[in-house]
Design a protein around this ligand. Structure first.
Ligand SMILES: Nc1nc2c(c(=O)[nH]1)N[C@H]1C(S)=C(S)[C@@H](COP(=O)(O)O)O[C@H]1N2
Ligand SMILES: [Mo]
Length: 219
């Protein structure tokens, strides 16, 4: 075979494999309106704050993002470097395990799929662990992290994400309960074996699909 064309690249091959396996079909994009609100949830218009009770002091100046583990291109970004990446806007719903949901949140930031294109997960990378500045951790299967509406968000409703909601940067994974959406994001670790996070070792479900009511382990 001659030159390696873009279609031979490792990322392209990985995406083709995921497409064959029907991965990433978990988002709400194809969900009918009458199934928009997951079972056991009620709608709220305000946006409650839920965390471990400590807002870590991380300004944009001091914020750093480390991406490491089973990837070919580790990343160490300042906020300016993060902000220089491709920016996208997504509108999505929040579903908290404590039974409130909030529709039509406008987020802006870096799509997780773009991050994956930069850091190049290895074939054996199967899970992601999010590490936050308050010591919080949460785990995701790689295909959940890579959902087409998942992003590393720095803004909400056109304004910088507030400190209490996880600024400078938080993860947003709309198709899972909101505890998977780590606030005050500090590091993203790619691993070959699953590693349950803060709530997952304290009785929360390992995956947390709201439409399957995967609230607690055993659900
Ligand atoms: N770093 C960090 N991220 C976190 C948490 C936390 O305690 N620390 N709590 C999780 C939980 S349980 C929920 S419901 C949501 C709440 O996000 P909000 O306060 O912006 O509504 O953040 C999630 N992300
Ligand atoms: Mo929560």
């Amino acid at each position: 075979m001659a030159d390696e064309t873009p279609s031979d690249s490792k990322l392209t091959r990985t995406k083709e494999k995921w497409a064959r396996e029907g991965r990433f079909l978990t988002g709400k994009v194809t969900r009918p309106e009458d199934q928009r609100l997951p079972p056991g949830q009620h709608l709220t218009k305000d946006w409650p704050v839920l965390d471990l009770g400590v807002v870590p002091p991380v300004s944009r100046e001091r914020w750093r993002l480390d991406v490491y583990g089973a990837i070919d291109n580790p990343i160490f970004w300042t906020y300016a470097e993060f902000a220089a990446q491709k920016q996208e806007q997504f509108t999505s719903d929040i579903h908290c395990v404590t039974t409130w949901s909030r529709y039509d949140n406008q987020w802006e930031g870096l799509a997780t799929r773009e991050l994956l294109a930069v850091c190049q997960p290895r074939e054996n990378a199967r899970f992601v662990v999010l590490h936050s500045y308050d010591g919080y951790t949460t785990n995701l299967a790689l295909e959940d992290f890579a959902a087409e509406d998942a992003l590393l968000a720095h803004s909400w409703s056109g304004q910088p994400l507030s400190d209490e909601h996880g600024g400078p940067v938080r993860l947003v994974v709309p198709h899972l309960y909101f505890w998977k959406s780590a606030k005050w994001l500090q590091a993203i670790e790619f691993v070959t074996e699953d590693a349950p996070g803060f709530w997952e070792v304290r009785g929360y479900h390992n995956r947390g699909d709201p439409w399957a009511e995967q609230r607690y382990s055993g659900d």
